[in-house]
Design a protein around this ligand. Structure first.
Ligand code: ZN
Length: 265
C-alpha cells in the first residue's frame, strides 16, 4: 500500500496497549498508516497522552472531556483545558459531544460541558472531534448556534441529511469498523452514498473490532481488542462498497483529514 493513511480516531494511549504499543505502531508503519489521531476522554488521561511518543507514527493529539465519562468531569477541568490549549495548541479539541444513548448521564450537564468546550474551540481556533449517539439534531443545533471551524464526527451513524448539515458546518465524517460488519446495513448504505470529500477513516481501537477479528473471536460476550493496523480492512471494505479502489479512497480520506486538523501540532 503506497498511499499514506491516517487513523482519525484511536485510543492508542489506553492501558490495554501498554504491553505491545510499539509493536502495533511498527505494524502501522509497515502498512503506511503514518498518522494517528488520539483523542482523550477525561482530565486524568491528559498527562499520559501529552507524553506519548513514537518514532514511527506521528500522533495528532486531542484534549477534551468525553460525554460518556460525564461523572468524572469537574468544572475545574474546563479551566485546566483552557490552560492546556493556551500553552500548546494540539491537533484538535476532543473528544466532546452528546451521548443520549447511554443511560444515567445528565443531559443538561452534558450540554453545558459540550457548549463550554465549543467556546474553547472557537477561542483557540481548533477543530473538534465529536462523539454523538442518539443526539445528532441536538449536536447540530449546538454547532449552528456556536459556529466553529469544523472537525470530525467520529463513527458517524446519522442520516444523509445529518451528513449534509455537518458538511455545511465544515465537518468530515468518520467511517470505522462497523462498515466491515455484514449486518450493519444502515452504516454500509451510508458509506456507499456519502460524498467522497466528507469521508475520513478510523478504527476507534480498542473498540469497534473489524469483522475478521470478530469472526475469529471465541468469546461472543467479550469483543476482541481492535487495533489501528486494521484500518486497512476498513479501507478495503469501503473501496468494495463504493466500487472504488483502496488507492483512491486512501488519497481522498487522507486529504480530507489533513484539511481539518491543526497539522502544526
Ligand atoms: Zn473515542
Amino acid at each position: 500500500m503506497p498511499q499514506e493513511l491516517i487513523d482519525t480516531h484511536c485510543h492508542i494511549d489506553f492501558n490495554i496497549f501498554d504491553h505491545d504499543r510499539d509493536e502495533i505502531l511498527e505494524r502501522c508503519h509497515q502498512a503506511n498508516i503514518t498518522k494517528i489521531v488520539v483523542p482523550s476522554v477525561e482530565y486524568s488521561g491528559w498527562a499520559k497522552l501529552a507524553a506519548l511518543n513514537s518514532s514511527v507514527v506521528h500522533f495528532f493529539k486531542a484534549f477534551g472531556l468525553h460525554p460518556a465519562f460525564l461523572n468524572n468531569h469537574q468544572d475545574a477541568h474546563l479551566d485546566a483545558l483552557d490552560d492546556l490549549l493556551n500553552k500548546d495548541r494540539p491537533a484538535a479539541l476532543g473528544e466532546i459531544g452528546l451521548d443520549f444513548y447511554l443511560k444515567g448521564l445528565d443531559k443538561q450537564r452534558q450540554n453545558y460541558l459540550f457548549v463550554a468546550q465549543l467556546k474553547l474551540a472557537k477561542k483557540y481556533q481548533l477543530p473538534v472531534i465529536l462523539h454523538v449517539r442518539k443526539a445528532h439534531d441536538q449536536v447540530l443545533e449546538c454547532l449552528e448556534s456556536n459556529l466553529i471551524q469544523g472537525g470530525i464526527v467520529h463513527a458517524f451513524n446519522g442520516s444523509l441529511d445529518h451528513a449534509r448539515r455537518y458538511n455545511m458546518l465544515g465537518f468530515k465524517l468518520g467511517i470505522g469498523g462497523a462498515v466491515t460488519w455484514p449486518q450493519a446495513r444502515k452504516i454500509r448504505a451510508l458509506a456507499k452514498d456519502l460524498p467522497s470529500n466528507s469521508i475520513v477513516l478510523e478504527t476507534d481501537a480498542p473498540d469497534m473490532a473489524v469483522e475478521s477479528l470478530r469472526s475469529r473471536s471465541k468469546d461472543k460476550n467479550r469483543p476482541p481488542r481492535n487495533s489501528p493496523e486494521h484500518l486497512i480492512e476498513i479501507l478495503d471494505t469501503l473501496a468494495r462498497i463504493r466500487k472504488s479502489t483502496p488507492e483512491e479512497i486512501a488519497i481522498r480520506s487522507t486529504e480530507n483529514a489533513l484539511s481539518i486538523l491543526n497539522t502544526n501540532s
